[in-house]
Design a binder for this molecule. Structure first.
Ligand SMILES: O=C(O)CCC(=O)C(=O)O
Length: 265
């Protein structure tokens, strides 16, 4: 099973429409892969807080339409990263709410699952104040594996990944817009989540700099033994591809059955 991570650049001078077209073209180029992954909030930029409201869209908005078509044309499962989702009437007093929502499309172009980011980043500012939080861990059954979905800051919360593992996830997908200044945490936590859950981790970040926040890039694919199969060497625009063996997850779990030895639940 071939997986490709699209570490696309988010340049605030590039209109979202142009980035959508570039992302769609990149997805189409991955025809032959089974699973393609885009990063977090790549249409607006994860740190471009001022652009969140204007860039918000419904679940059948322009990004979803473009990604549905690209998935269908490439015949791939597509984790299209996340969008700023506008949810009419779900906010306080019947106002619209905004969510950081990941979208997963089937090779037929159907939107099969959405995941609203549970852990919002920023402490008392940015996403943490502008967005509403999701409350539901989401898994996605594919023909050869089950995905468990997480977004950026979620990577710091092992209990979410354990809940996804308990729900049957074998491939943990993290879309992100992770800052360069904490790049070491990104790489370390991606491997830790793979080792502790004995699962593949596909962690896809953005390239470039937006809102004066240089991005870490370093998108990475880690196997269930914690070995790095492929990694972007920097924060340039890159495609990171590796072959996953779904049976290897079962082998690692059978040969070294730590998940069986859990005491606290
Ligand atoms: O946890 C971090 O260091 C980065 C998190 C982040 O940038 C995000 O969730 O948008």
């Amino acid at each position: 099973m071939r997986a490709s991570l699209l570490q696309i650049g988010v340049d605030p001078d590039e209109p979202a429409e142009s980035r959508r077209a570039r992302a769609a073209a990149l997805v189409r180029e991955q025809s032959g892969s089974d699973l393609v992954v885009l990063p977090e909030l790549w249409t607006v930029g994860a740190f471009s807080f001022d652009a969140f409201a204007a860039g918000a869209e419904p679940l059948d908005g322009p990004t979803a339409r473009a990604m549905s078509e690209a998935a269908r044309e490439a015949r791939v499962w597509l984790h299209a990263g996340s969008v700023v989702e506008r949810a009419p009437g779900e906010g306080e007093g019947g106002a619209d709410a905004l969510y950081n929502t990941a979208l997963v499309f089937s090779p037929g172009g159907e939107l099969v699952r959405t995941y609203r980011k549970i852990h919002r980043f920023g402490f008392d500012r940015g996403e943490a104040t502008l967005m509403s939080a999701g409350d539901e861990p989401v898994t996605v059954p594919l023909p050869d594996t089950t995905l468990g979905l997480a977004t950026c800051y979620d990577l710091r919360f092992p209990e979410l990944f354990r809940a996804l593992t308990d729900a049957g996830a074998r491939t943990l997908v993290v879309c992100a817009g992770w800052p360069a200044r904490r790049a070491a945490h990104w790489s370390l936590l991606a491997r830790a989540r793979a080792v502790e859950n004995q699962a593949y981790v596909l962690a896809c970040g953005t390239a470039g700099t937006h809102a004066d926040v240089p991005q870490a890039g370093r998108s990475v694919i880690v196997d269930p033994w914690g070995e790095t199969l492929a990694e972007a060497e920097d924060a340039g625009e890159r495609v990171v591809t590796a072959e996953l063996d779904p049976a290897y997850v079962e082998k690692v779990r059978a040969d070294f059955p730590v998940l069986r030895d859990r005491v606290l639940r």
